[in-house]
Design a protein around this ligand. Sequence first.
Ligand SMILES: [Zn+2]
Ligand SMILES: [Zn+2]
Length: 328
Amino acid sequence: MRTPQRDGVIEQDGGVVADVDSGPVTASPLGRALVLMGDMWSLRIVLAIFSGKRRFQDLREHLAISDPVLSRRLRGLVEDGICVTREYQGRPSRHEYLLADAGLDLWRVMIAMWIWDRTWAGSQHRDAGSRLRHTTCGALTSPVFGCAHCGAIGLSARDVQGSVDDRLLVDVTSRRSRRSPAMSSPIDAAGVLGDRWSTLILSDAFMGSRRFGDFQSHLEVSPVTLTDRLNLFVDTQMMARESVNDGARRQEYRLTPKGLDFFCVTTMINDWAATWMAPDGQSGLRLVHSSCGAVLEPRFTCNTCNQELERTELEIVTHPDRRDDAAR
Ligand SMILES: [Zn+2]
Ligand SMILES: [Zn+2]
């Protein structure tokens, strides 16, 4: 068992318990990205800035968040290079918050989460009625996930081989085992990300692990924590528990279509981490597209015009025209 160089700090804001690791870098880039994405408030703040809220008061009202929590998260986002500040008024000096390039590039993660929520989080979810428009072709689009290297589309976890390097495990040993209250069912993508053991167990499942012992040996996770998370995945229909008779009676945990679909979110976070948090471009989780042999460069294309989707060419439509619905 490796020893973490630094323990995470646990803080509680508005019912959301999160690990915050803002100290020296001990985790892998992917681990750090998961800390960021797993913090519900940071995620909501980034989304709010994406939607045009830039000033402290606007963010506070929009998010119904307390001043100390908001200022702490904004400070963290600036330190992580996700946001930058810009003075919009002198005497007294006032600043607004803009997304830095690293923050803007999170759009791919946001879109992946949005897609998963629309598909799986149920009709009550806030994104259930919204659609995406590709402004280049004008159509309501359903982004298609693919490999930028060879152009293959519709990739799933089964098309990719992954390997974890040692640095990811350093992060594993420092994580808390208690699950966030946000992780109780029913869950959306942010709820899954809010619990980093869950994201790691899912990542291991994407790489083909199915048995309790496999997860345990790959992740150095305690039996209690592993049992808890596997039960949760079964309860939320992301995994199915199946009995296998191979001489000894065993159980396997197989990803359902809902669980497999989360691969897109994990991959986009991994790619973002490799791009923005790793000086050497290594996130800690290496994903290779099996059929072309290249390190997976994930991308989204438009299902109508087949062009690669760019951040500036997408808009979220909350009440799409009925005639456009035929485009789905
Ligand atoms: Zn490929
Ligand atoms: Zn298009």
